[in-house]
Design a protein around this ligand. Structure first.
Ligand code: FAD
Length: 559
């Protein structure tokens, strides 16, 4: 990969290339990777640099007029090479089959892509993310090398849900951060242009063909890039903002003939369903904790939780929803104490200042006074092949719920502008009663089933039953979805099943903005799978040898 910085270029330069990718997050870089070793010239245009920069990050400011956003908005999206994978947690799961189906009780549901078609892409996406096999069902017990837990939970009501955690190939303690570690240096056809903020997408006058993009540094140095094909991979909010703000030629923005761009904004509202008594929950922690899968690529970490079965979703007209344990470790948990001491030792900081060494002494004491717990943990690790159970101060039952696709939940352009004079995104994010009801039913069913099979039950949160003011209990999860949704019909979607903007030749979109529904699964695995699928399509349809010959002849004026 060849890195350059727009700040060091001449002003008003024009670059011509074959493929231009805007954004270098998991979506953009996964597409670029597929073109390594080809003779296609690729330019990745990235707003950020290699380090965090507050002024660049401020270009992501928003105006919020919807449900209050709980997460610090500066942390929700990262404007840096590698995108938001700079701070992501790395939890991965695919959407379920039911998530892609048209469900009569979920208006605007249904993907024009079959789940089966995505399987090979999920497999390839797993390689990019450093995760284990593309398997997320009960067959995993065998692969974990542990007996499947008994007694069984009624599968017609609740199903086991597994998530696995992404791993950087060069640092297994970190999720894949899609920055420098992701792409090899020997990729001469891939150019990365840093500090280049795309400000406008230019089309022909009819808005039917992509022509070029304009980008600028914060210091207002400009560049124009003309490309045969462009892929916007700027994240779930920014893809829509850029289309809407590209309104010099078409007043409503690019690809927005039917006023769909920016609509159907969704996330995965998260909430604490309830909690368990930490003193009497060892069985819950054991069954719904972490598992290991060892294979040739090393050790992979999984989390086991519960989700509503597809049958029950259909029967009760619910959305998809999953719950898992979030454990807050007790300050004297011996395993955390060991980790802290190990890290102190690693950093060569044994000669600690007084206050830190006091903590080190306390940590040592925690380990020595709880030798029984440590031995139990060692037994689990080395005999039962499971991570040890931590001593928890609090055990929450946390849940993520699918959103009801609502055209009124949307991104618009604000009257406020950023440092480049571009309108901020105005977010009117909505959460519907269906989300509350679904979460409530999941809580009830977990209590019912745990009681039936003799597991400790959670104490459900009071707000679940209230009909008012319940929205404040949900938090946004940094998963903006749906704002340039896929549909066969341009009246109900922004991109077609190949992720091309309807009616605009050469303009494609990658990322969660194309998902028409959210499921409950964290989005990045699906983002990467869909991006690889798009790269395959571009290679065959736009850059195959026949296509290239045609394009060259066209350029030289032969045809
Ligand atoms: C704290 C946190 C934890 C998360 N944990 C998880 C998790 O466990 N599992 C999961 O699946 N997801 C998680 N996510 C979400 C995950 O990070 C995103 O789904 C993923 O990064 C989206 O990839 P993307 O490439 O579509 O967009 P991004 O990663 O957001 O990349 C977009 C890129 O486009 C660039 N860009 C934007 N606008 C412009 C412009 N105008 N010109 C040029 N460049 C531009 C940006 O600088 C950025 O590099 C988490 C997010 C956060 C914040």
């Amino acid at each position: 990969m060849k890195f350059s910085d727009l700040r060091e270029f001449e002003d008003n330069l024009v670059i011509e290339t074959e493929l231009c990718i805007v954004g270098s997050g998991p979506a953009g870089l996964s597409i670029a990777k597929e073109f390594i070793g080809t003779n296609i010239q690729v330019w990745i245009v990235e707003s950020g640099g290699l380090e965090e920069e507050p002024q660049t990050q401020a270009l992501y400011d928003i105006e919020n007029i919807g449900v209050p956003r709980h997460i610090n908005q500066e942390l929700v999206r990262n404007r840096i090479f590698g995108g938001t994978s700079h701070t992501w947690t790395g939890r991965c799961a695919p959407l379920d089959e039911v998530d892609l189906q048209e469900r009569p009780w979920v208006p605007h549901s249904g993907w024009p892509i079959a789940h089966k078609e995505l399987e090979p892409y999920l497999e390839r996406a797993g390689e990019n993310l450093g995760i284990g096999p593309n398997c997320y069902d009960e067959q995993l017990w065998k692969q974990f090398n542990v007996p499947s837990p008994v007694p069984n939970i009624k599968s017609a009501l609740l199903k086991s849900q597994f998530w696995q955690f992404s791993k950087d190939s060069k640092n297994s303690k970190e999720p894949m951060r899609f920055g420098r570690n992701f792409t090899p240096s020997n990729a001469p056809n891939i150019n990365v242009l840093l500090h280049a903020n795309v400000t406008h997408i230019n089309t022909n006058l009819a808005g039917t063909r992509f022509e070029s993009i304009e980008a600028s540094t914060l210091e207002k140095k400009h560049i124009q890039i003309r490309a045969k094909v462009i892929v916007l991979a700027c994240g779930g909010v920014e893809n829509a903002r850029l289309l809407l703000a590209s309104n010099r030629i078409l007043p409503h923005g690019v690809g927005n003939e039917y006023d769909v761009v920016g609509r159907f904004l969704m996330d995965h509202p998260g909430c604490i369903l309830g909690g368990f008594d930490p003193k009497h929950s060892a069985r819950i922690q054991s069954r719904f904790g972490h598992y290991w899968l060892d294979n040739q690529q090393g050790r992979h970490l999984y989390l086991h939780g519960l989700a509503l079965s597809p049958e029950l979703q259909a029967q009760e007209q619910l959305l998809n929803c999953a719950a898992f344990l979030e454990q807050i470790p007790s300050p004297d948990d011996p395993w955390c104490a060991m980790m802290r001491l190990k890290n102190v030792g690693k950093r060569g900081e044994l000669a600690l200042p007084w206050d830190q060494s006091r903590t080190a002494r306390q940590d040592l004491l925690s380990i020595l006074t709880q030798s029984g717990t440590v031995l139990e943990g060692l037994y689990r690790r080395f005999v039962q092949h499971r991570p040890s159970i931590i001593k928890a101060e609090r055990i929450d039952l946390f849940c993520l719920v699918e959103q009801f696709p609502d055209p009124e939940s949307r991104i618009m352009l604000s009257d406020q502008v950023d440092a480049l004079g571009k309108p901020l995104s105005k977010l009117n994010w909505k959460i519907s009663e269906q989300e509350r009801h679904t979460v409530y039913r999941l809580g009830q069913l977990i209590c019912q089933e745990f009681q039936r099979i003799g597991l400790p039950q959670p104490i459900l949160a009071d707000w679940l039953e209230t009909k008012e003011d319940w929205r404040a209990n949900f938090t946004d999860r940094a998963h903006p979805i749906g704002t340039t949704r896929i549909s066969i019909d341009p009246k109900t979607g922004v991109v077609n099943p190949n992720c091309q903007v309807h009616g605009v030749e050469g303009l494609f979109i990658a990322g969660s903005s194309v998902f028409p529904t959210t499921g409950h699964a964290n989005p990045t695995l699906m983002i990467v799978a869909m991006s690889i699928r798009l790269a395959d399509w571009l290679k065959v349809r736009h850059f195959s040898p026949q296509e290239k010959t045609y394009a060259n002849r066209e350029k030289s004026g032969v045809i």
